[in-house]
Design a protein around this ligand. Structure first.
Ligand code: ASP
Ligand code: MG
Length: 405
């Protein structure tokens, strides 16, 4: 019997009506003759509410307790879904992360999965059960509960699909798949039938929120095809696979944007070995990830260093960088938070010149100033003012012929 994995995001199980809708979809897949494992997120904004509650109680909630607290959101949705399947006449059992064999390291709030012991899941499947697993959580060797980082249920789903060698990991969410750009900004954005792991990874890391980048990475590593589709419609979605078809290899596949971006500039630094280390080591220790880094060529032994962080981490990052800047003799430190990134992504640009120039022309034509630029093999990202992000995405969508795929 084929084994399929379904994953439902928070909006798909936001209330009892939606949980019943999801149960009907699962029942249908089961009736079609499949074995089904389901991974669920917490209902709606439950995780945010739990985080808020913890910080109402304590300014610095204990990290072990916080993980146990947050893991309960998924436990609630998994049990309700199992009950709902029961009332449709199906045998279903809910399992929390520990019961499902999700073993992790002990880095609370950002645990990594070490392995998935599938014995219990397999045993429940053999008994004819639909198995509902609480996403986003695992257990350490000491049997302490951990969580995988926000948005971690996608990672749970792909990890279980890989461990069970499921034919496909189907991720159901509130959009119909992966579009060439955010349809709220570009009304004529087109849904892609297929996209490669590497393209999806770049798009997900630079603003496409349909799937977590870690899940895409795992999918690629274990060769698990991932379907992204809507739980609210029967339409077909987008499949993430090794290689999208030949004809599309020469194209830009998507325009991503992200407004959770801020920039810090340290000005007038005496340039000698160790300055970058002095600035970035304390940021790493505080678990703040830095994206783009640009150091100017130094003039008369003085240089400037600019880098970006998530806007949500700007205050924390500044509180670390300001004293360091002083201690290394920098003149001043400035921050700007109303920024955004726009990125073009496509394997087609590998080894092909001209994409960057076309991107810069498109932005010039709508009078947008580029502040910083970064690239990977298959991505070019420009950092611009946030208020221009809509114009930028639309101009790029048009320039790279995505309006009419
Ligand atoms: N409920 C968790 C969160 O909101 C995990 C997830 O939804 O994937 O981050
Ligand atoms: Mg979520």
């Amino acid at each position: 019997m084929p084994l399929i994995l379904h994953k439902y995001g928070g909006s798909s199980v936001a209330d009892s009506g939606r949980i019943k809708n999801v149960a009907r979809r699962i029942a249908k897949a089961k009736d079609a003759g499949n074995q089904i494992v389901v991974v669920v997120s917490a209902m709606g904004n439950t995780t945010d509410d739990l985080v808020r509650l913890a910080y109402e109680i304590s300014e610095f909630p204990d990290d072990r307790e916080l993980d146990v607290l947050l893991s309960t959101g998924e436990v609630v949705s998994s049990t309700l879904l199992a009950m709902s399947l029961g009332s449709l006449g199906h045998k279903a059992v809910s399992l929390n992360g520990a019961q499902a064999g999700i073993r992790t390291d002990s880095s609370y709030s950002r645990a990594r999965i070490l392995n998935v012991d599938t014995e219990r899941i397999s045993c429940e499947l053999e008994k004819g059960n639909i198995v509902i697993v609480a996403g986003f959580q695992g257990v350490t060797q000491e049997m302490d509960t951990t969580t995988l980082g926000r948005g971690g249920s996608d990672t749970t789903a792909v990890a279980i699909a890989a461990a069970l060698k499921a034919g496909e990991c189907q991720i159901y969410t509130d959009v119909e798949g992966v579009y060439t750009a955010d349809p709220r900004l570009v009304p004529n954005a087109v849904k892609l039938e297929k996209i490669s792991y590497e393209e999806m990874l770049e798009l997900a890391s630079y603003g496409f929120r349909v799937i977590h980048p870690r899940a895409v990475e795992l999918g690629e590593l274990y060769d698990v095809p991932i379907l992204v589709a809507s739980s609210f419609s029967e339409r077909s979605g987008t499949v993430i696979v090794k290689e999208a078809s030949m004809e599309v290899r020469n194209k830009v596949r998507g325009i991503a944007h992200d407004t959770n971006v801020a920039k810090i500039t340290v000005i007038g630094i005496p340039d000698h070995p160790g300055i970058a280390m002095n600035i970035f080591e304390p940021l790493t220790r505080a678990n703040i990830s830095v994206d783009t880094i640009v150091q100017n060529a130094s003039i008369e032994g003085i240089t400037d260093l600019t880098f970006t962080v998530a806007r949500s981490e700007l205050v924390k990052a500044m509180s670390i960088v300001e004293p360091v800047a002083k201690s290394i003799g920098a003149r001043e430190c400035s921050a700007s938070s109303s920024l955004a990134t726009v990125s073009i992504v496509g394997t087609g640009m590998e080894n092909t010149p001209g994409y960057a120039a076309r991107m810069f022309r498109a932005l010039y034509e709508v009078n947008i100033n580029i502040q910083l630029i970064t690239t990977s093999e298959i991505r070019i990202t420009c950092i611009i003012n946030e208020d221009k992000v809509g114009d930028a995405v639309r101009a790029l969508h048009k320039m790279f012929d995505l309006d009419v795929t």
